[in-house]
Design a protein. Structure first.
Length: 134
């Protein structure tokens, strides 16, 4: 939870109208996600299942029911506050980007960063258009 809060804090300060700042923050969060050992354990499907079995049922239910704790969903809602449908789509796209970091071997270590950057820019172009600022 402390790590989640540390990842969420920059989102609260982010100027969502600055496309370059949004792109840079997403990339930095992906690097943090990829390099943090605890987050990597949680992201491993087998390890995650072990962790879920250890959590008390009420804690698990609270965690699963609280979409605001999902950074992808939270970020999507921040970027598209006036369009809930787009916010949900963005949330799923960001979650997909985070999960993509788990497949570095399949994508290719040398290609992962350029692919992530390309996809982030494509998603943000959908939100902002091709301009650096909307």
């Amino acid at each position: 939870e402390e790590r989640e809060q540390a990842m969420r804090e920059p989102l609260l300060k982010l100027d969502v109208h600055d496309k370059a700042a949004v792109r840079d923050l997403i990339l930095s969060l992906l690097v943090l996600w990829k390099s943090d050992p605890l987050l990597r354990i949680i992201a491993d499907p087998q390890e995650y299942q072990v962790l879920l079995r250890r959590l008390p049922e009420e804690r698990l239910a609270e965690h699963l029911a609280n979409d605001e704790r999902d950074l992808g969903i939270y970020f999507g809602r921040r970027l598209a506050a006036d369009n809930p449908e787009l916010g949900g789509l963005l949330g799923a796209a960001f979650r997909g980007l985070f999960l993509m970091t788990l497949h570095e071997k399949e994508i290719g270590q040398e290609l992962l960063q350029p692919v992530l950057t390309f996809l982030i820019e494509a998603v943000l172009d959908k939100v902002y258009g091709n301009e650096e600022k909307p």
